[in-house]
Design a protein around this ligand. Structure first.
Ligand SMILES: N[C@@H]1[C@@H](O)[C@H](O)[C@@H](COP(=O)(O)O)O[C@@H]1O
Length: 330
């Protein structure tokens, strides 16, 4: 698992937006081979969504061949309600993109048969060949999507009763009134997320620092469902400095030093990013502009490393890119 620490929310949003952009571009999606992206709602991904929309508007990125699957939805809240995840994602993301509406998959919290709706969703994911990159956010107790503490780590899309802490936390979107917050939700399962070929979790704010510490420094545990990411071969967490408050100093130093080594191996210094930085992967052969290099060399490097590893031998298919000199880089 990789832990990328940035100064604040804006830097986290910048990093994740660039990362998603590079992953999509690298993938070279087409009608027959679309890029399948899992998406969260909530305040954590907002800055990232705004940046992705800007890329799209500027013609630097297209969602034409991107299929999306949203993580969760309240049960019983009308779709047009401003706080339904359907409305949220349309308002803050989809309507600003060139995405084809039929490629947007969202759970219907008003379906007549909720169990059937969950089965339909899982089947739809399978039908498109699985999710390439699942981006996620967490609640203060470490729940991913609506997989509340105690959720099975092998869970699939299903109906969940919300934990009281979640209802309180989300009441900020319902005029601060707990009674207005729906008590049930549809959510992808922990295993649905972990089945994705890559998982990227955005965690921002001191109020999530305990959850981050549990996820990174403690074991895999159903009371902190995001901790399942430890078992994922390509798990990535992007957080800000405030969120590291409960981590050991040595843990923070460790992940920062890894990123430093990573950058010096894959960044501009040694790899001539101005050339075909991604050529080792065989996936994309795009040249980076100087501006991109100045702004996002670490992101380009991360993506390049990611691609190189994916493209490697079976034994290379791990995320430990940072700790291992790549034979491809000789
Ligand atoms: N079910 C949602 C999640 O999908 C979301 O990721 C999380 C964090 O939200 P926020 O980013 O607003 O803190 O809250 C919830 O409870």
């Amino acid at each position: 698992m990789r832990l990328v620490i940035r100064q604040d929310y804006d830097e986290v949003s910048d990093w994740v937006a660039h990362y998603i952009k590079e992953r999509i571009i690298q993938f070279q999606p087409s009608k027959d081979r679309p890029f399948v992206l899992g998406l969260p709602s909530g305040s954590s991904p907002l800055g990232c969504y705004q940046r992705l929309a800007k890329f799209c508007k500027a013609g630097q990125l297209s969602f034409k061949h991107v299929i999306t699957f949203s993580m969760d939805e309240y049960v019983g809240l009308p779709r047009e309600h401003s706080q339904s995840y359907y409305s949220f994602l349309w308002e803050h993301f989809f309507k600003h993109l060139d995405i084809i509406p039929e490629n947007i998959n969202q759970l219907d919290g008003n379906a007549a048969d909720l169990d059937e709706e969950c089965r339909r969703y899982e089947a739809a994911i399978v039908k498109v060949g699985g999710i390439e990159l699942f981006v996620g956010g967490i609640g203060p107790d470490g729940h991913i999507a609506f997989n509340e503490p105690g959720s099975s780590l092998t869970s699939r899309t299903r109906v969940k009763t919300l934990a009281y802490e979640t209802i309180i936390a989300n009441s900020r979107f319902f005029d601060g009134e707990v009674s207005k917050v729906p008590k049930l939700a549809l959510t992808v399962g922990v295993a649905t997320v972990m089945d994705a070929r890559e998982v990227c979790i955005i965690i921002v704010g001191a109020h999530k620092s305990v959850a981050l510490a549990k996820c990174v420094e403690e074991g895999v545990n159903h009371m902190c469902t995001v901790s399942a990411i430890q078992l994922h071969p390509k798990g990535l967490i992007v957080c800000d400095e405030d969120t590291t408050l409960e981590l050991h100093v040595k843990t923070v130093k460790y992940f920062k030093s890894i990123e430093h080594v990573h950058q010096s191996m894959i960044g501009t210094e040694n790899l001539s990013l101005q050339g075909q930085v991604l050529s080792t992967s065989g996936i994309a052969k795009r040249r980076y502009t100087q501006e991109e290099l100045d702004k996002g060399s670490s992101i380009a490097g991360a993506v390049a490393a990611s691609a190189a590893i994916c493209d490697g031998d079976a034994e290379d298919k791990t995320d430990d890119v940072d700790q291992r000199p790549s034979k491809k880089r000789k």
